[in-house]
Design a protein around this ligand. Structure first.
Ligand code: FE2
Length: 346
């Protein structure tokens, strides 16, 4: 077995590969680490065959859908998962064959309805059902403390005590534990009475994970994160630095259209001298009247440099191949001490 752990903050992803056949599965991949997973697999001479999410994550962005498209391999989740982009939906007890390895799914609802653990050889990937010294929380959508009790005490904890436990989260840097060790030491498992366990889980008063709404939206639907939208747009546009813009404006040549895509009140409060106003919200509908020469060089800016990236990508899609986004925005321009003009458009 070839095995790698990738830690992203407290999130853990695992590459598990078959030495004989070079087939591998990737468990709980995270969106920001896509290149790392592909590089790791390549370093071991592995071909990733399956992308598995142990459950619908609420705290990080899953990479399964994007990697699935990129590598043309199936995305695997439990059959209770709401995500529409899953290619292979497992039921409890079913096997995923990865070369000579057999990954067996164990349906373990509780943290979420679609949670599953995966047993393979000497180890079990427990997702957020069982953590080292903890359990997944049950207060997020589809969580159920009673179901978690059953999944643990009538499922996972009855597995071979020698099995190594590899969870989807670990915040203290420990690589793994074992079923036996968790049974003996995990404080949450010391309440083996169902009622007491449920009461404990319902009174944890945990803070909400960051990005919970966005993570659930994207992981449940296959939609894109805001960062994905921005980085996809950024990949299609060139940028101009503040210094270069200042030099262009100072050169006296008027071959550059400077376009402010913020709202009118922000423009009137202070804009780059000579800029024209075309708010992002009206861009597509007013572009034909406002930008009559598609060959012109157009410098687009906004307040922070994010909206202008999206606007520049839109302009380039519409044929304005001279559109370029300001690297930074009005805020950075002001902070650099460059001239700002107040008032209405001329
Ligand atoms: Fe989770």
């Amino acid at each position: 077995m070839i095995f790698e752990t990738v830690a992203t903050g407290g999130c853990r992803s695992y590459v598990i590969g078959c030495e004989d056949t070079c087939a591998a599965a990737l468990i709980d991949p995270e969106l920001s680490q896509i290149d790392r997973y592909i590089a790791l697999a390549a370093r071991h001479g592995l071909r990733i065959r399956y992308l598995v999410d142990t459950h619908t994550h609420a705290d990080h962005f899953s990479a399964t859908q994007q990697l699935g498209r990129q590598l043309r391999v199936p995305v695997v989740m439990h059959s209770a998962s709401p995500a529409p982009f899953i290619d292979l939906r497992l039921q409890g007890g079913e096997l995923l064959i990865v070369g000579r390895l057999r990954l067996q799914a164990l349906h373990t609802p509780g943290h979420t309805r679609d949670s599953m653990c995966l047993c393979v050889e000497d180890r079990v990937f427990t997702g957020d059902t069982l953590l080292i010294g903890g359990t997944g929380r049950t207060d997020l959508p589809s969580g159920d403390a009673g179901a978690l009790y059953e999944s643990l005490f009538e499922g996972v904890l009855r597995l071979d005590p020698a099995l190594k436990v590899y969870p989807a989260h670990e915040y203290k840097g420990r690589s793994h534990s074992s079923i036996g060790q968790e049974l003996a030491e995990n404080p949450r498992l010391q309440k083996s009475d169902r009622k007491a366990f449920i009461e404990m889980m319902q009174n944890l008063n945990l803070t909400m994970p960051t990005h919970v709404t966005e993570a659930l939206r994207t992981n449940m639907t296959g939609g894109k994160t805001v960062d994905q939208m921005l980085s996809e747009a950024a990949a299609t546009v060139p940028f101009m630095s503040l210094g270069e813009l200042k030099a262009c404006l100072g050169s006296g040549r008027d071959d550059l259209v400077v376009l402010d895509v913020r709202e009118r009140d922000a423009f009137e409060e202070g804009h780059i001298s000579g800029a024209r106003l075309l708010p992002r919200g009206q861009l597509e509908l007013r572009v034909n009247q406002e930008l009559t020469d598609p060959t012109k060089r157009i410098l687009v800016y906004c307040e922070f440099g994010r909206v202008s990236t999206l606007a520049t990508a839109t302009l380039r899609q519409m044929g304005f191949h001279g559109a370029v986004a300001l690297d930074g925005g009005m805020k950075a321009w002001r902070e650099a001490g460059h001239a700002v003009k107040a008032g209405k458009e001329p």
